[in-house]
Design a protein around this ligand. Sequence first.
Ligand code: MLT
Length: 240
Amino acid sequence: MERLKLETCFTPALFEPGLHSGSTVVIIDILRATSSICTAFEHGAESIIPVAGVEEARTYKNRGYLVAAERDGIILDFADLGNSPFNFSRENIRGKTIVYSTTNGTGTIRMASSAGCIVIGSFLNLSSLCNWLIQGNQNVLLFCAGWKNRFNLEDTVCAGAIAERLLNSSGYSTICDSTTAAVDLWSVAKNDLRGYIEKAAHRNRLKKNGLDDCIDFCLTADYTEKIPYIKNDILLSDIR
Ligand code: MLT
């Protein structure tokens, strides 16, 4: 049987919408959007409405929605929550719909809207996500949110961790050098992931703003089995 194709896109600047209409696209934004999304659904969120723009998020706030929004890591002045996964506690979000806007993550999600299927990937749902992808029958694109259209280390390392598992299964192959590079970066980082991420620019942005208390958590494998996915432009809890 022909093996499924696995590709990796390092940043939205490199994304080609028309190429992935039949693929499953995995959105990866480790610090912190996809880590926060996985946490929110593990803690019982009903749904998440990703919006790319600040003014769109503000409009939802004015209509009485619960809003989680940040730019450059800092909570927006009208938002109820910032984007630390620790903001998405059970008492804050259980059973609620959250309007969500982040610096890179939500725009990346919206950019992938032409994909056959959009799911959320992080270290927090790593094994469940990989097992689901391996059982599936669709080509996969690992789509890193990066930082403002630039490559970042943390999303690429996570893409490498996912790619390594998929390529070690019999179901996937790749001729994509970005995927090979991501796997190589994961092999460099995996024995001391927390130590490696000290190099990441966004780790240091978060530290400067006193927001780096969640980094160990964002690098923790398998906190949840849920695989959040997009249906009709809204994020729901688990595609399985
Ligand atoms: C992003 O959207 O790139 C990040 O999640 C920003 C952040 O929350 O620090």
